[in-house]
Design a protein around this ligand. Sequence first.
Ligand code: BT5
Length: 276
Amino acid sequence: MGEHGDDDDDDELVALATAPLGTRWVGRPLVLRHETGSTNDDVRAAAQAGAPTGYTVLADAQRAGRGRRGRAWHSPPGESLYVSVLLRPRLAPADAPVIALAAALAVCDAVATVLPSDRVLTIKWPNDVRVDGRKVAGVLVEGALRGAALAHAVVGIGLNVRGRALPEELAASATTLRLARGGADLSRVPVALALLVGLEARLDALAQPGGAADAIAAVAARCDTLGRRVAIDEVAGVAESIAPSGALCVRRDDGELVEVRAGEVVHARAADEPPA
Ligand code: BT5
């Protein structure tokens, strides 16, 4: 099936293959796969073969979906979105965290279109999108260096859409859009289209003068990490703000303000919340 993957019997993939995209560069082309190892790997391989900025792979299932630091991303077929987009940005490697934050904002934009307005949609720094405190999506940005510059970056997004349940180890900390809608099913097609449109808008905005500061302010406004006690790698204290670099500024108990680059954040848990 060439550019549009290899699965004719998945109605949603077929619908996506023919849907008007509403984007100028994200999703052009949009490569659909029934199953793959990791969409981030597919896009990286395409990048090495000369694919253009905006080149996108969307899979119905991943055999080896991953998060940061080698963690696994639960990627069953038929219910979620696994999307990776190629960027050939004129950016320094230090800017990659801000790209991840912009992608998280795009996920929020897309999710907000299908979520009841009483659900609380937040970003857990640096890359989780959460509904009522449960992770519904994660972002993984991987860059390739050429000298001191980023030759390309791959923005990978996993978003749980139609699943009725999660594996036991994720059930307490994660959710799906369907579960967040009180069980009301939904198609992945409009969510995927909104995600591609949102990504393009957020990435275009990031490229404008002042765009990074605007993105960070927008994340801060939605960020449930700020104001809380956190423990990130070796640093413990209260998360105060997000630095221009995208790093988290944490006030340690000894009063010193330290910047933490994307690490593993453990939110100290309030009694009435699911695990963070
Ligand atoms: C992330 O990592 O949250 C980034 C996930 C990115 C996945 C996308 S899918 C398309 C593209 N291709 C890939 O191979 N990856 C990207 P991290 O912050 O490290 O979170 C990983 C942790 O989230 C795991 O250790 C689990 O605790 C939890 N987790 C795993 N699968 C999940 C899921 N489907 N929903 C919610 N939480 C999940």
